[in-house]
Design a binder for this molecule. Structure first.
Ligand code: SAM
Length: 282
């Protein structure tokens, strides 16, 4: 890899196939003036063609060695480089209408998506490559096996569109799993109004905590069956049958009777069962 030893801990599988690189860049359709932000530019497989089309780009790279190479290869007026952990990066400091792109390290993909969701108001769109199975869960419809916590939490913020699959052979080193490119566009005005984000996250987590349970049982620690009924939802159904809008209605109904933000709510809504490793199925 041009003298760079790929680092497993940073999920380094570099894109090398020109066909897929071109397809991803075409899907992003960068234009001069776009506020492009790349997470994990690595060896610049996407960075270079993105800069060629947009003129300039901001990147967040955690690997100091790669950052030093990038700084040597691109002048600062073309590439603004932040040597930082994207999980802790304050994206709104980069301005508005951010167009976020990345061939993401799969081991941090879910927490990173939730981190981005918290900054959705600063984002125009997101194009990322992830493990194919994770993309299937992000874009899933209710009452399908892939529909779950990740789906509901992301679709409450973004319109999610699965674009295309990228095979392992497009990377060096090759991962053992297929990848897929996905587009997320913030719902903006169409976004459902969530009264209490923590209660919403807690309700969704509980509903999918044990998928086989009815809502009556799965939500027993949060509310009674009467509260579920009051939201117009059958307490005898399972969480996986509820649409995102149903979850919002239910959580908003619970917010009317639950005093203050749920004190024991999970600090991060990131599902623990989401993407674990680029190199192996979940
Ligand atoms: N974009 C390049 C490509 O497509 O070939 C590299 C993709 S590689 C899968 C993931 C990249 O993200 C690596 O450059 C890695 O060092 C970087 N990375 C890993 N964890 C990161 C983090 N927490 N914050 C920022 N960059 C990270």
């Amino acid at each position: 890899m041009l003298g760079h030893q790929p680092r497993k801990r940073f999920g380094q599988n570099f894109l090398v196939d020109p066909h897929y690189i071109a397809r991803i860049v075409d899907a992003i359709a960068p234009a001069p003036g776009d506020n492009l932000v790349e997470i994990g530019p690595g060896l610049a497989a996407l960075t270079a063609p993105l800069i060629a089309r947009a003129g300039r780009l901001t990147a967040v790279e955690i690997d100091r060695d790669l950052a030093a190479r990038l700084a040597a290869d691109f002048p600062p007026e073309r590439l603004t480089l932040h040597v930082a952990d994207a999980l802790a990066f304050d994206f709104p400091t980069l301005g508005e209408r951010l167009r976020i792109v990345g061939n993401l390290p799969y081991n941090i993909s879910s927490p990173l998506l939730f981190h981005l969701a918290q900054h959705a108001s600063a984002i125009a769109d997101v194009h990322v490559m992830l493990q194919k199975e994770v993309v299937a869960r992000m874009a899933a419809a209710p009452a399908t096996p892939d529909y779950g916590r990740l789906t509901v939490m992301l679709q409450a913020t973004f319109r999610v569109t699965r674009l295309f699959v990228v095979p392992p052979g497009a990377f060096r080193p090759s991962p053992s799993v297929d990848s897929a490119v996905v587009r997320l566009v913030p719902l903006a005005a169409a976004r459902p109004a969530i009264a209490d984000a923590r209660l919403f996250a807690r309700t969704v987590a509980a509903a999918f905590g044990q998928r086989r349970k009815t809502l009556r049982n799965a939500l027993a620690e949060i509310c009674g069956a009467d509260a579920i009924e009051a939201a117009g939802i059958d307490p005898g159904c399972r969480g996986e049958t509820l649409a995102v809008a149903d979850f919002v209605r239910l959580a908003n109904r619970l917010a009317l009777t639950t005093p203050g933000p749920a004190a024991d709510a999970a600090p991060s809504p990131a599902p623990s069962s989401a993407a674990k490793s680029r190199r192996g199925p979940e």
